[in-house]
Write a protein that binds this ligand. Structure first.
Ligand code: DX5
Ligand code: ZN
Length: 220
């Protein structure tokens, strides 16, 4: 069994039963809970924001891993941290104030992360690696769950691992998009520490047993 962490994406959970779904995946062995925040502008979809994170926070027994897909996220950093984010990940394309935003996240006691769209060069993250605890590699175009894994993005995992070995930072490498029992091993062997998975975790019956099987199939 691999030591990889699994962060189920709540985007694929039943939103009418969010707290129950969170408890079930936690019992089933999830390590973190991934929360996808979309603003209908940075990506062509709208999901949820601070008030919902604040409401679900008391039910979260494991870290809330918040992925911001919004323009100018610097406007809301404090509010997301107050709401309960333990990891707060920003897109390199979403702000001209990335460095100061990452520093602010850390000052406020939260763990900063960075991420990039599939078409963005991994080189764009290099100046920020020593400011973050997490680097997220997107293996789908951000915006929707249930898309196909982009194999050509795996090289970014290799590069991030190499850069970390060279001392450019001490971040965890997380992968998000199209993760399944078939694609997880590719990410794990490239060096992924955390796998985000929406459809692969929440598919099938809404039972702890089924979620446990789904999570184990990613770690195997
Ligand atoms: C896509 C989101 C993902 C998404 C993953 O923009 O960042 O977290 O929910 O869903 P699956 O695992 O179904 O690809
Ligand atoms: Zn995500």
């Amino acid at each position: 069994m691999s030591k990889v962490l699994v962060s189920p994406s709540l985007l694929s959970a039943d939103f009418a039963e969010l707290a129950t779904e969170m408890n079930k995946v936690t019992e089933a062995g999830a390590d973190w809970l991934h929360v996808d925040v979309m603003d209908g502008h940075f990506v062509p979809n709208l999901t949820l924001g601070m008030p919902i994170i604040k409401s679900i926070k008391p039910y979260a027994k494991i870290p809330l891993d918040v992925h911001l897909m919004i323009d100018k996220p610097e406007r809301y950093i404090e509010q997301f941290i107050d709401a309960g984010a333990q990891y707060l990940t920003l897109h390199v394309e979403s702000t001209a104030e990335l460095k100061s935003s990452l520093e602010k996240i850390r000052q406020l006691g939260c763990k900063p992360g960075i991420t990039l769209r599939p078409k963005t060069s991994i080189e764009s993250l290099k100046p920020f690696l020593n400011c973050v605890d997490l680097v997220l590699v997107m293996t789908v175009e951000p915006g929707f769950g249930g898309q196909s894994f982009m194999e050509d993005q795996v090289e970014k995992i290799n590069i991030l691992k190499k850069w970390r070995d060279q001392g450019l930072g001490s971040y965890l490498i997380e992968v998000d998009g199209g993760i399944s029992a078939k694609t997880a091993p590719v990410c794990i062997s490239a060096g992924a520490d955390v796998l985000v998975a929406g459809s692969a975790v929440f598919r099938g019956e809404k039972t702890i047993d089924n979620y446990n099987n789904n999570i184990l199939s990613l770690k195997k």
